[in-house]
Write a protein that binds this ligand. Structure first.
Ligand SMILES: Cc1cc2nc3c(=O)[nH]c(=O)nc-3n(C[C@H](O)[C@H](O)[C@H](O)COP(=O)(O)OP(=O)(O)OC[C@H]3O[C@@H](n4cnc5c(N)ncnc54)[C@H](O)[C@@H]3O)c2cc1C
Length: 445
């Protein structure tokens, strides 16, 4: 088998744009995607036999353009294949989930476009069955074409909550309410600044009109405090702007407090030719700026790889598109800033679960941080099992590092990577798959 010049990891807007750009320049390119279909987080495709959900016109047209350009370039795709990392000899390791084997590739360059993950602020009771992320509910809707059943509450902060609410309403089960810590309607300055981002505004207006038509309460300036169990139901405890508390009985809760790069364990960028491949990042895994920036950044990374491999070209136009998206995201962050300010993690009660995989609590971390010898992030992982579970810190490392910094402000603040590490494999892998490692090049190797 002939090795491709460039390997792209991730089939979202950034990965598809990067692959198309590289292919246009005449280099051979292959795309690796862990799922059976392409599209990434925003353009997640339904499972076989299910009709796609009714999407807003803008995202629908953008997906069509991306998918058309990608298929016209006839780029091979390795589906059900998970990027594990780049080993010490510069080999790119991919787990083929269909065969259960690890495949090795030696391309000239790798572009990592692994997207974003949701940020979730821990609250007492968030580990209970029936609680997931709002993005998780959205993925379910996009894949199955059905809204989550029962009474659903969406809570936290950010524009994704209104998108998910509108999609649920269109599928026939609007949420009971949206609990929003910010109050975008009253933030006049950032609201006016959004006028410069017409496509985002049009999309938001579409979602908001669904929310108002279905009379979904959008409780702004309201903190989502805790989740309690009440028989078969869940109770969401919310604190209103005036300090009064209310309990809302529901069957499911979708939490969301923004997104951050899915860069856990990814190798560092290498833009100078060395013994291994060039490594670049693109899209939300480099900087979580949303779909417009992801596409532009994919093209930027694709061109950058071509530049380094062959010669130089002008990328100023793409850099401008990314800068615009950066301004839009900063404006959105100001628009949705929590009315009561960011809640310190140290205000959480001791019994609040911090690491859901290992069941480790805020109190467990406090006890470890109280030690006179001031443990580092790595030592907290090994002594306390934080970030040790199945998710390998994807959900708890950032919160654990932030709480450590709040508890012990006198020592240098740990980074999430101190807990997750930066080495392959980026995902847990079976020993059988590792020992069966096969080379693509030489049958006997
Ligand atoms: C849950 C969720 C829902 C979102 N919904 C919306 C929305 O409705 N509207 C919106 O504007 N923005 C949404 N976003 C923001 C979204 O991240 C960006 O707008 C856009 O999709 C980013 O494009 P990307 O190509 O950088 O990453 P993505 O679109 O996330 O694509 C990354 C791809 O990489 C693959 N991948 C990841 N790790 C590996 C690995 N190790 N090996 C192989 N493949 C891998 C993933 O399966 C995925 O297909 C959402 C984000 C999240 C996390």
């Amino acid at each position: 088998m002939i090795e491709p010049d460039v390997i792209i990891i991730g089939g979202g807007p950034a990965g598809l744009a990067a692959a198309t750009e590289v292919a246009r320049s005449g280099y051979t390119v292959e795309l690796v995607e862990q799922r059976e279909s392409l599209g990434g987080a925003i353009h997640r495709q339904p499972i076989e036999g299910v009709a796609p959900i009714n999407q807003a016109a803008g995202p629908k047209a953008r997906w069509q353009a991306l998918a058309d350009a990608f298929s016209a370039a006839r780029i091979p795709v390795r589906h059900a294949s998970v990027f594990l990392g780049v080993d010490g000899d510069g080999r790119v390791l991919i787990e083929n989930r269909r065969t259960g084997r690890v495949e090795q590739l030696c391309p000239k360059a790798v572009i990592l476009a692994t997207g974003a993950v949701e940020k979730v602020y821990p609250r007492p009771g968030w580990q209970m069955a029936g609680v997931s992320t709002a993005g998780g509910l959205q993925v379910m809707m996009k894949e199955t074409g059905q809204a989550p059943q029962g009474r659903v509450l969406l809570a936290g902060s950010g524009p994704l909550l209104i998108a998910v609410a509108a999609q649920m309403a269109r599928l026939g089960n609007p949420p009971v309410a949206i609990i929003e810590a910010g109050d975008p309607v009253r933030r006049i300055g950032p609201a006016l600044a959004m006028l410069g981002h017409a496509a985002l505004l049009r999309e938001a207006a579409g979602y908001l009109s669904d929310i108002y038509l279905r009379r979904i309460p959008w409780m702004r300036g309201t903190q989502f405090m805790a989740i309690e169990r009440d028989g078969a139901s869940l109770q969401g405890v919310v604190r209103r702007r005036d300090g009064s508390e209310q309990r809302i009985a529901v069957d499911r809760i979708g939490l969301h407090d923004g997104i951050r790069p899915n860069d856990f364990g990814l190798p560092n960028e290498t833009t100078e030719p060395t013994s291994g491949p060039l490594i670049l990042r693109a899209g939300d895994c480099r900087e979580a700026l949303g779909a417009f920036a992801a596409k532009a950044d994919g093209r930027r990374a694709g061109r950058a790889v071509v530049d380094i491999l062959s010669g130089s070209r002008d990328r100023a136009q793409l850099d401008r598109a990314i800068e615009r998206a950066r301004t839009a995201q900063a404006t959105l962050a100001a628009l949705f800033a929590p009315v009561h300010g960011a809640r310190p993690l140290s205000s959480l009660p001791d019994e609040t679960i911090l690491c859901r995989c290992e069941g480790k609590t805020v109190g467990d971390l406090r006890n470890l941080c109280d030690r006179a010898d001031r443990l580092t992030g790595r030592e907290i992982k090994h002594n306390g099992r934080f970030a040790m579970g199945a998710c390998q810190g994807r959900f708890c490392a950032a919160n654990t590092a932030a709480l450590m910094a709040e508890i012990n402000p006198d020592v240098p603040a740990p980074k999430p990577e101190d807990l997750t590490g930066r080495r392959w494999p980026v995902r847990p892998i079976s020993i059988a798959a590792l020992t069966g490692a096969t080379s693509q090049n030489t049958e006997n190797e």
